[in-house]
Design a protein around this ligand. Structure first.
Ligand code: AMP
Length: 314
C-alpha cells in the first residue's frame, strides 16, 4: 500500500526486501520505533533520522508484551491515517521524507502468540537485568522486558545503521543502550531531547486522555523539575531535598495528582542517589497519576512521566 508516497508494509519479508535493496546501493538507514498516534515528539526523532540517513524506516506497533493485564492496551489511541498525515508533514521541503512505514500485525511480531499473562507466554524474550527493576519497573515489573523484546525484534528486522529514541522515556534509553552493548547489536543509538508544548507539558500520545484543564494543570510537572534543576545548579546536592521540592510544588498546585515516584538516579546504572556528585550529574524523574477530568472521576486516571537530566557541573 502506498499512501501519499509513503510505503506502508505489514510483513517482515517486505521490510527485508527494501532493506536488502538499500544495502546493495550502499545507503545508510535510520530507524524510529513508535506506538503510533504520532505527534511533534515523534517528528523530532524522525527529523534527526532524515538528516543523518539516506533512508528512514518508522515502525508503528502497539506492543502487547509491554502492557500488563489491566493497563490501557485496548484503549491506547491508534489511527494510521492520522499517522501517515503527520509523517507526510515531517518531510523536508525538498521532499526528503520517511521511506517506509512498518505497521505489523501482532501475529507477525509474535508468531507464538502473546497472552498478557506472563505465565502463559511462549517463545523468546529479552530481559535487561539491573536496569529494568527501579523507577518504572517498580510499578511495571515486566514493562522493560516487553520493550527490550520488541525493540530487539525490530532491530533484527530493520537492521538499521542508526536508531533514535526520546529522552521522554529516559529509563528506556538506558535499558536499550545496555541491551545494544551487551548483545553486540550493530546499531548506533541516538538520544533526542524531550519535545514539550508551549506550556512545558511533555508531549505524549496519552495526553489525548486528558481534558484541556488537566493538561494545563499538568504543566506543573515540568515546572517542578525545572525548579529542582535551578536549585541543583545553585549547589543543592541533597537528593531528598530536591525530591521534596518537586513533591511540595506539585501537591500545592495540583492536589488531585498522586505521586507514583519522584526519584534521583545515576545516569548510567540508575542507582538511587542520596547525594548528587556534581561531576557526574544525575537523572531526576517522576511518575504521577493524573485524573483525566477534574469534574468526572469516572473518566479514570492517566499515569504521566517526565524527567530532567542534570548536567555535570565543573
Ligand atoms: P512511543 O510511541 O510513546 O512508544 O514513543 C516512540 C518514541 O518517541 C520513543 O523513543 C519516545 O521516547 C519518543 N517520544 C515520545 N514522546 C516524546 C517527546 N515528547 N519528546 C521526544 N521524544 C518523544
Amino acid at each position: 500500500m502506498t499512501v501519499q508516497d509513503i510505503t506502508v508494509v505489514r510483513s517482515v519479508a517486505e521490510v527485508r526486501k527494501y532493506r536488502q535493496a538499500w544495502s546493495h546501493e550502499g545507503l545508510k538507514v535510520g530507524f524510529v520505533a513508535t506506538m503510533g498516534f504520532l505527534h511533534a515528539g515523534h517528528q523530532s526523532l524522525i527529523r534527526e533520522s532524515l538528516a543523518e540517513n539516506d533512508r528512514t524506516i518508522v515502525s508503528i506497533f502497539v506492543n502487547p508484551s509491554q502492557f500488563a493485564p489491566g493497563e490501557d492496551l485496548d484503549a491506547y489511541p491508534r489511527n494510521l491515517e492520522h499517522d501517515l498525515q503527520v509523517l507526510k508533514e515531517t518531510a523536508t521541503t525538498d521532499g526528503h521524507g520517511v521511506s517506509l512505514v512498518f505497521a505489523p500485525t501482532v501475529t507477525e511480531m509474535y508468531p507464538s502468540g502473546i497472552p498478557l499473562d506472563v505465565d502463559a507466554q511462549k517463545g523468546a524474550f529479552v530481559s535487561v537485568k539491573g536496569l529494568s527493576e527501579p523507577l518504572e519497573g517498580r510499578t511495571r515489573p515486566l514493562f522493560f522486558r516487553g520493550v527490550a523484546t520488541v525493540v530487539s525484534k525490530l532491530f533484527n528486522i530493520v537492521q538499521p545503521d542508526n536508531t533514535y529514541f526520546g529522552q521522554k522515556d529516559v529509563q528506556q534509553t538506558v535499558v536499550l543502550r545496555r541491551m545494544i552493548k551487551d548483545l553486540f547489536i550493530p546499531v548506533k543509538f541516538h538520544l533526542c531531547p524531550i519535545v514539550r508544548n508551549d506550556s512545558g507539558l511533555a508531549l505524549s500520545s496519552r495526553n489525548a486522555y486528558l481534558s484541556d484543564e488537566v493538561q494545563k494543570r499538568a504543566t506543573v510537572l515540568y515546572r517542578s523539575l525545572s525548579q529542582a534543576e535551578s536549585s541543583y545548579t545553585k549547589g543543592q546536592l541533597d537528593a531528598n531535598k530536591l525530591i521534596e521540592l518537586v513533591k511540595t510544588q506539585i501537591a500545592k498546585e495540583a492536589p488531585e495528582f498522586k505521586p507514583d515516584y519522584v526519584a534521583i538516579n545515576d545516569r548510567d546504572d540508575l542507582r538511587y542517589l542520596a547525594e548528587i556528585d556534581p561531576a557526574k550529574g544525575c537523572i531526576i524523574s517522576l511518575a504521577y497519576y493524573v485524573p483525566n477530568d477534574l469534574q468526572d472521576s469516572k473518566k479514570g486516571t492517566t499515569r504521566l512521566i517526565d524527567n530532567c537530566i542534570f548536567p555535570p557541573m565543573h
